[in-house]
Design a protein around this ligand. Structure first.
Ligand SMILES: [Zn+2]
Length: 332
């Protein structure tokens, strides 16, 4: 059924780079083909994905001009889906672990701010059941997916909608974009994950050229155990997010310290209450400037809100110094 109301605008934009730079088939350089855009509705809001698509330009290569989409795309959503895998995982967990009805699941998603209709909840529940029904014993399907490229690059992701819920583990083939195996596991130990990887490895008739993951310790150990010698690359998205964490923490600490220095705006505002002269107006203006600086948050890690606050307070202080200079007095 066609959508009757417009989809809300994305709340966030994410750049998703393609990590593979070398053609998996001919080992030639992969060239940037285009920048695809796709909006996915996740539990955290609507995300606009800007996806870097690459392709091989070697006319001799069987994969000539075949588009290779970023490895991390499948972590967000299944192919041609507008709802994120995290939404699918939550719907499955609410249905099967908590035995909630489709109407109750819909109410829960709406409560969490996910713009979704009841019919879509039913459809996504079917997708969840289909995902878990995927079996590595269906060799025809595996051959169809992996035959063309003659090899696979595996991506392994764990989606846990809420703490305490089972984790939906999804193993995908990056080259075809298809899910090979999905399992919902209560425990995510390295042995459990190694078993899943072994299951995939044994069913595949083609070699595994590499593995991409977020680098969680249990995944790293499971890959080392089940797929000895296969290169394992961390997803850049997670890698950068982890690297930015210490910077983010330091900035947050700096912001707390700065905030301590600009307390007491309310008493100043109270002192000039009821006055409508120029000086009172200027004081109110400065108070408003400090207030808005305190609530102006940047989006970490690319916009450091502590640094932003320091810049804005410095501008207020410079302006106050200028006023004090003109009047021949010093601010204290
Ligand atoms: Zn090639």
């Amino acid at each position: 059924m066609a959508r009757r109301i417009a989809r809300p605008n994305p709340t966030e934009t994410l750049e998703v780079p393609a990590l593979t730079r070398v053609c998996p088939t001919c080992a030639g350089v992969l060239w940037s083909a285009n920048m695809a855009r796709r909006t996915v509705t996740t539990l955290a809001g609507l995300i606009l994905l800007r996806l870097q698509v690459r392709s091989c330009r070697n006319p001799e290569c069987p994969q000539y001009k075949v588009c290779l989409r970023p490895e991390a795309e499948g972590r967000f959503a299944l192919p041609q889906h507008e709802f994120g895998l995290d939404v699918v995982a939550l719907i499955g967990a609410l249905r099967h672990a908590e035995h909630r009805s489709v109407t109750e699941i819909h109410a829960e998603l709406v409560r969490r701010g996910v713009p979704i209709c009841v019919r879509s909840v039913g459809n996504l529940l079917d997708r969840y059941d289909e995902l878990l029904a995927l079996s590595c014993s269906d060799t025809d399907r595996l051959r169809r997916i992996t035959g063309k490229a003659g090899q696979v690059i595996l991506a392994i992701d764990g989606l846990q909608p809420d703490v305490g819920h089972e984790v939906l583990w999804v193993i995908r083939d990056v080259l075809s974009g298809e899910v090979l195996l999905a399992r919902s596991l209560l425990s995510s130990s390295q042995d459990d994950l190694a078993k899943l990887l072994c299951e995939v490895k044994e069913a595949l008739a083609v070699p595994i050229a590499g593995v991409v993951s977020d680098g969680q310790t249990s995944i790293r150990k499971a890959v080392a155990k089940a797929l000895k010698g296969v290169p394992h690359q961390l997803c850049h998205f997670h890698y950068l997010r982890e690297a930015a964490l210490p910077v983010y923490e330091a900035d947050r600490h700096a912001k707390v310290q700065l905030k301590k220095k600009v307390r007491g705006i309310r008493p100043i505002e109270r002192k000039v209450e009821g006055r409508d002269d120029l000086e009172a107006g200027a004081i109110r203006g400065y108070c408003a400037a400090v207030r808005s600086a305190l609530t102006d948050d940047g989006r970490p890690p690319l916009e450091a809100s502590g640094l932003k606050l320091a810049d804005r307070l410095a501008a207020v202080a410079t302006s106050l110094d200028r006023v004090a200079g003109k009047r021949g007095c010093r601010r204290n």
